[in-house]
Design a protein around this ligand. Structure first.
Ligand SMILES: [Zn+2]
Length: 222
């Protein structure tokens, strides 16, 4: 349950990352009312939870898409204790099995940081703008953001998308450094950086929820 001062009426939201339903209630409502509200929508709640993409934890043998290419996680205790190394369709991770998921994620975050920063720098150069700082987050639903002060923020999960999708999101946020809106002028700037925006945007709409389930350890159905 989340109380919201901005909400005008009760609403239900799906949180794919946690596999939970959130009840948003305007302030002043009693919890019992929120519970009754959820009770009236049990069918909807059950259908939405059942429709969530499966959880894909980072375990030995699991498949992980990296830049759109399927990789298999291989636990190799002899492989040393560094981060997961990606090679020939495998992410090979050493060390103890209880650290495997974290190492895989940390390795992917490091690769995401490199991929995102490299493209951001290139695009900033093309548009002649300055990036103040780049932050990686584990956001739900927002793949990137840009502040008026030149601070860009991205979801580390973009490393799990096809390269054209990751590149588009970077182009989108860097273009905001020229136009902090979604006007036709903004889209003209985006088009200077990437040839196509529609396909990557459609991809994210279609697969976004599944991305939030990768490496996630929350599963109400388990
Ligand atoms: Zn935008």
């Amino acid at each position: 349950m989340r109380e919201s001062t901005r909400a005008r009426r009760m609403a239900l939201r799906v949180d794919p990352a946690r596999g939970q339903i959130q009840i948003v209630m305007p302030s002043g409502f009693a919890e019992t009312e929120a519970i009754r509200f959820a009770g009236r929508h049990l069918g909807w709640i059950q259908a939405r939870l059942a429709a969530l993409p499966p959880v894909q934890p980072f375990v030995d043998g699991a498949r992980v898409p990296v830049l759109g290419i399927d990789h298999v996680i291989r636990h190799d205790p002899a492989a040393g204790r560094g981060l997961g190394h990606r090679r020939n369709g495998e992410i090979r991770v050493g060390g103890r099995v209880e650290h495997l998921a974290r190492r895989v994620r940390d390795g992917l975050v490091a690769e995401a940081r490199q991929c995102l920063s490299e493209r951001a720098a290139r695009f900033a150069n093309t548009l002649n703008v300055r990036i103040q700082r780049i932050t990686l987050r584990d956001t739900r639903g927002r793949w990137g953001s840009c502040s008026a002060t030149g601070h860009l923020s991205f979801s580390w999960r973009l490393i799990l998308t096809p390269e054209s999708v990751l590149t588009y999101v970077v182009a989108h946020e860097v273009a905001h450094l020229r136009e902090l809106n979604h006007s036709p002028r903004f889209w003209t700037e985006v088009a200077r950086l990437v040839p196509d925006s529609d396909t990557p945007r459609a991809w994210l709409r279609r697969h976004g929820a599944a991305l939030l389930r990768i490496g996630s350890s929350f599963d109400p159905k388990a």
